[in-house]
Design a protein around this ligand. Sequence first.
Ligand code: HPA
Length: 249
Amino acid sequence: MASSVVKVAIIGGTGLSSFSGLDWCDSHRPETPFGSPSAGVAEGKYRGNTVLFLPRHGGEHSIAPHKINYRANIAALKALGVSHILAVNAVGGLAPDMGPHALVVPDQIIDYSSGRENSFFDGVGGPLDHIDFTDPYDVDARQGLLLAAQKCGIESVDGGVYGCTQGPRLETAAEIRRFRQDGCDLVGMTGMPEACLAREVGIKYASLCLVVNWGAGLTEEKITLDDIHRVMASGMDQVKRVLLQSIEQ
Ligand code: HPA
């Protein structure tokens, strides 16, 4: 992504509240018309490129998916001059090739969340506008993640439909069956409205999803947090390698 107009921010999700191994030299917490972002935005350098990092759930991982101030987060990154966001999402897997440990770069979204402030264009103190959201993720940023995974020798899945639920509870088996019928391959709680807010302010946005469990009812075993954390602990290292490679290339 090396270019003078590129400024990349990583939004870390569950399992990635901090990003060790990178030289973080500064921190910003811009106030926005929508309030404060989830945490200070760390700024560092990687191979000559400026990188920003914002943990979506806060530095202590204490903000639930439905309580995240998505508008403040995106407005803060925009104010800091960010051109690209690489978002990390821990998700449940629904498609047969998207079981625990899979890394997926989704290409579509179905939004089942509700009651979230999901637009800057709400007609209050600003213009009313309608973005094109046919392809919710930036095509080049997606390709960058896939190429980075390939260069790292890490398997990844190209494409998939991310279903965004309200959370914070996991789903019922019937909900997962319905999502599958709708065409969802993954289920998570934080993909929206983050993606559409980024589009509204012209930030190129792609997501790297780590599957940490099968969707509810797809296996005999109950979903346990212990199992989820075990998958996260082993998978986040790969996620970080792919992100850094993507920023470098
Ligand atoms: N459902 C919704 N969100 C999730 C899941 C899930 O099974 N796993 C991780 N995030």
